[in-house]
Write a protein that binds this ligand. Structure first.
Ligand code: UD1
Length: 357
């Protein structure tokens, strides 16, 4: 079989790694198409080298822009590439603009489409990721769901006959990286000015709803700066750009800004931390898998399983309980395996083989 993966943004490279390894092991041909949505080396290249993924076979140059312009640029560039490779499956990942572009291109070219991480729902129709998820699920021929909750969501939308539960490939990636992190003797500082042998918190903020509103971003930074523990703030380029635009200082009080980290270093940094503050979907789950309390700066999550036992707590910027939520004691409730057992990628390959036309 020839499988063509469309990826473009940081979390998709993480999901691609175990899938690429499983496809190679099963002897399938795998074409990797990088849309160019993320182009800075720290958001793109380091994931390919760090996770041992072969360089992309095709590099498009979609770059940044408004949703329509960015998605449109990808579509224009994807059509001839997908036609030329004529794969047995086009595989799209997660919920970014690269996902919906890959999905639309495949459907219009009558190529079989599989969606990895299908069925997630935040219920928030203002999130670009929610549009991307829902539309991709309804376009796809095969829905690879990571959790029983995702399966339920798809059943509710009448998509049961195309859905299979495979588990979450992020678990495969995370557990693999944790082994590497544990094997390392000297922990590295996750950001300049952080002593990894002392307690610290790990923070990332990159979602438009938080970064693109000066008042909200200011409130988040004020709370983080006043915490009694140092905060390693791994700053996405969007956060840096918006903070500079609004005249907000990242390096204030307890905050120690640093660069986004390659995946293995990120997993080591979560493992070494006392807790996580984030608006990322993936990091909520990584904190859960690694047993670190997470505070998510959003009003909803598409990973509700992480909320069990207080391991993850949602809080809005400006809520007076923000600091006390971040500083709550470590939960004691057992976490279980709601995201699968770390062998999801092998199941993905089996399902692609089974459902091939
Ligand atoms: C995208 C995804 C989001 C995912 C995130 C992971 C969409 C709608 N959103 O958000 O779901 O959680 O990736 O990081 O697809 N920029 C750079 N260098 C880069 C890429 C982006 O500086 O390599 C800056 C540009 O100013 C750009 C901004 O970041 O305008 C936003 O980038 P974009 O790709 O639109 O979305 P993300 O915020 O990264």
């Amino acid at each position: 079989m020839r499988i063509l993966s469309v990826v473009g943004a940081r979390p998709q490279f993480v999901k691609l790694a175990p899938v690429a390894a499983a496809l190679a092991e099963a002897g399938h041909e795998h074409v990797i198409v990088h849309t160019g949505q993320h182009y800075d080396p720290e958001l793109s290249e380091v994931f390919f080298t760090g996770l041992g993924i072969a360089p992309p076979d095709e590099r498009l140059a979609a770059g940044s822009g408004g949703h329509g312009a960015q998605t449109g640029a990808m579509l224009t560039a994807l059509d001839p590439v997908l036609s030329r490779h004529a794969p047995d499956w086009v595989l799209v990942y997660g919920d970014t603009n690269s996902t919906i572009a890959g999905a639309l291109s495949a459907v219009k070219l009558h190529l079989p489409l599989a969606h990895l991480e299908a069925g997630l729902r935040s219920g928030n129709r203002r999130m670009p990721e929610e549009h991307n998820r829902v539309l991709t699920d309804h376009a796809a021929d095969l829905l690879l769901a990571p959790t029983p909750q995702a399966v339920l969501n798809l059943e509710r939308e009448g998509l049961a006959d195309r859905t299979v539960l495979v588990g979450d490939v992020m678990v495969d990636a995370c557990l693999h990286a944790r082994e590497q992190a544990l094997a390392r003797t000297e922990p590295e500082p996750p950001a300049p000015g952080i002593d990894p042998s002392q307690p610290y918190l790990l923070a990332t903020i990159h979602r438009a709803e938080n970064t693109d509103d000066p008042e909200r971003l200011g409130e988040i930074l004020t709370v983080l700066a006043a915490l009694p523990v140092p905060v390693a703030l791994l700053a996405h380029p969007r956060l840096r750009a918006r903070a500079a635009e609004y005249g907000l200082e990242l390096a204030q009080g307890a905050i120690r800004p640093g660069a986004p980290q390659p995946y293995a270093q990120l997993i080591a940094a979560v493992t070494g931390s006392a807790g996580v503050v984030t608006d990322s979907g993936g990091l909520q789950k990584e904190a859960y898998l690694l047993g670190r309390p997470c505070t998510t700066v959003r009003s909803e999550t598409e990973w509700p399983e992480t909320l069990t036992g207080g391991w993850n707590t949602l809080i809005q910027a400006g809520d007076p309980r923000f600091a006390e939520t971040v500083l709550r004691p470590q939960p004691v409730t057992a976490r279980g395996e709601p995201f699968g057992d770390g062998h999801a990628a092998a199941r993905v390959v089996k399902e692609l083989e089974r459902a091939a036309r």
